[in-house]
Design a protein around this ligand. Sequence first.
Ligand SMILES: NC(=O)c1ccc[n+]([C@@H]2O[C@H](COP(=O)([O-])OP(=O)(O)OC[C@H]3O[C@@H](n4cnc5c(N)ncnc54)[C@H](O)[C@@H]3O)[C@@H](O)[C@H]2O)c1
Ligand SMILES: O=C(O)[C@H](O)COP(=O)(O)O
Length: 599
Amino acid sequence: MATSTTSLNVPSLNPKLSSSLSISSTPQFSVSSLNFRTHGRGTRRFIVLATAGLDAKPTVLVAEKLGAAGLDLLKEFANVDCSYNLSPEELNTKISLCDALIVRSGTKVSREVFESSGGRLKVVGRAGVGIDNVDLAAATEHGCLVVNAPTANTVAAAEHGIALLAAMARNVAQADASVKAGKWLRNKYVGVSLVGKTLAVMGFGKVGTEVARRAKGLGMHVIAHDPYAPADRARAIGVELVTFDEAIATADFISLHMPLTPTTSKMLNDETFGKMKKGVRIVNVARGGVIDEEALVRALDSGIVAQAALDVFRKEPPSPESKLVQHENVIVTPHLGASTVEAQCLVAPVSSLVLPLVNHGSDLRDIMPFHVSLQQVLSELKPYVILAEKLGRLAVQLVTGGSGVKSVKVTYASARAPDDLDTRVLRAMITKGIIEPISSVFVNLVNADFTAKQRGVRITEERIVLDGSPEAPLESIQVQIANVESKFASAISDTGEIRVEGRVKDGVPHLTRVGSFEVDVSLEGSIILCRQVDQPGMIGKVGSILGQENVNVSFMSVGRIAPRKQAVMAIGVDDQPSKQSLQRIGEIPAIEEFVFLKL
Ligand SMILES: NC(=O)c1ccc[n+]([C@@H]2O[C@H](COP(=O)([O-])OP(=O)(O)OC[C@H]3O[C@@H](n4cnc5c(N)ncnc54)[C@H](O)[C@@H]3O)[C@@H](O)[C@H]2O)c1
Ligand SMILES: O=C(O)[C@H](O)COP(=O)(O)O
């Protein structure tokens, strides 16, 4: 019988997996091991799982340079095509001949790539953290798995942030260039000191935390802004969590470490630069898109921003004529945050994940820590899976910064017997909904529980067993987040938690409760929630503001405690209203609070 061999990166996939792999002692599998030398960190051992019965080696396209260890492993078990710097057209052509694709941040894995693959592409391996270059929705639609290495380059990115911070403060790059040009300008390149200065770390996740630790070692006063980070984690290393406005208004240095999401896109813009301390210095090793680059040039020219050090750009590579790149007070590096020998060694084994997923991706049971019938997920549970993710997404967007999401309770109401409904897929999707919008982690069925635990999020589940027909798997799903404040006070239930509840109606997920208010709005597009004093004409007023901007309203529903008392209006919109329209809605006298939520 022909034998092809696959390997599994046990440590980074799921720490529990080693136990589930003990099934591999069946005659179908043989297990051996492979050692990766990781510079300065000893040797890491990866289990290699040989699978009998698969005839052909998979073909893996490596579209960007991968560490030697990962490449060697791939070459042993797959046909490897290393083609770098492909144009989008070349990638689209090649992909139809490939089972897996490995990229870094430089390759755009667009919808066209998945469409061009004709169904052959099973896995995209991202040898690094950020997956904003992969169209995840298209990957899901095409049944393609995406895996990344979320922690492998954390230290490298943090070290690069600190390198840029110090180099910027002491004009290292400019001074180096001038000496090499034959000049000796000791008076021109007088720098500023770091000690005693306030550094605002924006995004207190993996990289942000490591930057904060190092900056404290340099004698800086470190504050951080992260709406979702728990204050106790910050306190533990002597960092104070503050609001966005406080962070930017008090900082001498700002270091950016949030993911690029619709909320963080162009977070630094004309308005926010205007609130900064004059002469602030900015470091960005996160993503270029979090800064409005034209606004940064204006802020540099006006002196609001004294200097900037940038590793990342909205478009990479940036145009060599870019005013920002050429600005004398800006130093730049070509997205080098993860580019250390050590980090590339650590991200390379992502290739060891790709191979088993190619071979077993159609039946995830082989690699999952639990057994779930994908058929069941795709048919019966599908709308509930979507509902679960969207409820998680809504709930986390209702949280105000400062307190951090730590305690999530999910309540399933169902007429099914407890052992007749496996809620683990739903829990994973709620975790995905809660964590993905606020982080660069890609949450899937395999890593959901581990990711939640790693971020200190405790998810508890409760079942309410209903009388009646068990034909539908679930009546409702409720998500509650405890011990947090909400940016929409009406989302807080009578017991003090943020509460959202949803149901599936005619196959479509609906939001049916916010806090103590009953609403009914289908979970498509985006949602505006308004609390108002119940009175005639409110739907018309809001509708006409949105209509003037050609924003299509898909659904409107009002839930009230009693006539003419407080009510919550939920408005489903297909398009994103402008800031001005949202502001006008907020200015309607009867509206007491409102929030815009993206699904
Ligand atoms: N330059 C590089 O080579 C390089 C290397 C590694 C990571 N990165 C990038 O750095 C960023 C951080 O990576 P990470 O691994 O620390 O991710 P992470 O998910 O661990 O941390 C991101 C943090 O940002 C926070 N956040 C989300 N929305 C926010 C907002 N609106 N305001 C403030 N904080 C917000 C999240 O709560 C989270 O704690 C990512 O964009 C990643 O792609 C770049
Ligand atoms: O998201 C990441 O992992 C970093 O931005 C590094 O990207 P790279 O793998 O292209 O260096």
